[in-house]
Ligand binder design. Structure first.
Ligand SMILES: [Zn+2]
Length: 496
């Protein structure tokens, strides 16, 4: 059969529909098994070497809107091709992760449960013991597979004619990843002085120590911030979301395409998630049965994705609904998530007393996250660059991450801590973009913008474009603004 671009697009859309629905049904606890293997087999041709090359050729000859469609499709084909090359390895990794157990003082602990147990463990010595047992197991059993996978995707990019994995993703994302890492170096320098001043009081409050004494194993406990749970009652969680969206003129009751899944099921995922088999017609927002600060934050984050996709114009081309620059959708997820740490929202919706505590914690943990991500992108640029010396990378990883976060950083996670396809660049730009959306909303509609249906209308106007545009031109078109990491730095270090 002759290769045809329109057939490819139709097949790609069907593939995403099947895969997303399968994940939804499995993770929401409707069915025990994932059937992704069979779905990949049915759509094998999407991810062959030929597809990546053909789309690349068509992209070079196209211009304007069609060229952008083809760029998004090029990334889809490349992601899928690299995924296909490592699928067997990934399956073995998943199986090992699901079955390995740590030995903590004679007590067996499932590998995947370790971070959760660690976050809820008040004793720092025991947290460190869990972390080091997990790292040892990772290094011995999982890292050989992770390394094999990394070498396979690096080789595939060379085979496809790019000088490196870094160059492949700079090309399909049309983003200068080296320059972006440089801008984040500046962010790290700009926040260097005030970092300890901002985080130390929160560290004292959550783990009872300051940066000098902190270990990496204490970070999950710091982010967990169990002392804030009382501000976020479980029985108010769904109501708080409904109320907030209603304030923006969005009624979840009548919004038929965004399906709220609140029913408890024994095998339902403990975290909220959003799944999008058909955009905008079939979008699931799945809610966990519990509450607490982190569950509120996750639920609002996922609701941001659900509304962004749910309000996308059905007439847009497939690429602009399902593919494109995920910095866009992540920025709206961060926008709604950010409400759960905003003084106005906490007071108006939860009637929270002492909201200051939540706001201070959010700022300290956000600054820590961003400094960590600024190191991650610097590291990934080196790891995936042309002729990278892989032997030297575990030490580089530990040096870069440890330096920016200000703690001894174990080397063992040098491969497991890397998301595929430079997703790190989406999160970083989304954090900066969120500052712009929030600034614009406050300026136009006031600090309580979440109570304004005009604000909702303005947002829906932007959401209707799906991911037709990359983050930067979308922002320029909507507000004339630009992504500025220095503005983010200023916000995170404000009252210092
Ligand atoms: Zn997200």
């Amino acid at each position: 059969m002759a290769w045809d671009l329109d057939d490819y697009r139709r097949d790609a859309e069907r593939f995403l529909e099947e895969i997303d629905r399968d994940y939804y049904l499995h993770l929401a606890g409707h069915k025990p098994d994932l059937e992704v293997e069979a779905i990949y087999e049915r759509h094998e041709a999407l991810f062959g070497l030929e597809a990546v090359e053909r789309i690349g050729e068509a992209r070079r000859e196209a211009s304007g809107e069609e060229q952008r469609r083809l760029r998004y499709l090029h990334q889809f084909a490349l992601d899928g091709h690299l995924g296909a090359r490592t699928r067997t390895l990934e399956a073995r990794l998943a199986e090992l992760e699901a079955t390995l157990e740590l030995d903590i003082g004679g007590e067996a602990m499932p590998y995947r449960m370790a971070p959760v147990i660690q976050a809820n463990e008040p004793d720092p010595g025991r947290r460190a013991a869990i972390d080091s047992a997990r790292n040892a197991l990772l290094d011995e059993r999982l890292n050989p597979l992770h390394l094999e996978g990394l070498e396979a995707v690096h080789a595939a990019c060379l085979e496809l004619g790019w000088p490196s994995y870094l160059d492949a993703y700079s090309d399909v994302r049309e983003l200068d990843l080296r320059a972006l890492a440089g801008r984040l170096d500046e962010f790290a320098r700009a926040t260097e002085q005030s970092y300890p001043v901002t985080v130390d009081p929160e560290l004292e409050r959550t783990v009872g120590m300051s940066l000098g004494e902190l270990r990496r194993s204490d970070l999950v406990r710091f982010f967990r911030a169990a002392h804030l749970d009382e501000l976020f009652p479980s029985d108010r969680m769904i109501g708080a979301l409904r109320e907030t969206l209603l304030g923006l003129g969005i009624d979840l009751e009548t919004q038929d395409n965004v399906i709220l899944d609140t029913e408890p099921r024994p095998t339902k995922s403990p975290r909220a998630f959003c799944s999008t088999p058909r955009i905008p017609d079939e979008v699931y927002l799945v809610l966990p049965p519990v509450g607490g600060r982190e569950d509120y934050a996750t639920l609002f984050h996922e609701a941001g994705h659900a509304e962004h996709y749910g309000c996308t114009d059905a007439e847009l081309e497939f690429e602009f609904r399902h593919l494109g620059d995920n910095a866009v959708t992540e920025s709206f997820a961060f926008l709604l998530e950010g409400l759960t740490a905003s003084p106005e929202w906490l007071e108006a919706v939860l009637g929270a007393d002492g909201a200051e505590r939540a706001i201070e914690h959010a700022r300290a943990s956000r600054l820590t996250f961003l400094r960590r991500y600024s190191a991650k992108i610097a590291y990934e640029v080196e790891l995936h660059g042309p002729g990278a010396d892989l032997e030297a990378m575990p030490a580089r990883y530990s040096e870069l991450l440890g330096g920016r976060v200000g703690v001894e950083w174990p080397r063992e996670t040098w491969l497991a801590d890397v998301d595929p396809g430079f997703y790190v660049a989406c999160y970083l730009r989304a954090w900066a973009l969120e500052v712009e959306w929030r600034g614009e909303l406050s300026e136009r509609f006031g600090a309580a913008w979440f109570e304004s249906s005009e604000a909702g209308e303005w947002l829906r106007g932007i959401w209707s474009q799906g991911q037709r545009l990359d983050a930067e031109p979308l922002l320029a078109e909507a507000s004339g603004g630009s992504i500025d990491f220095m503005r983010l730095a200023a916000e995170l270090t404000a009252s210092v």
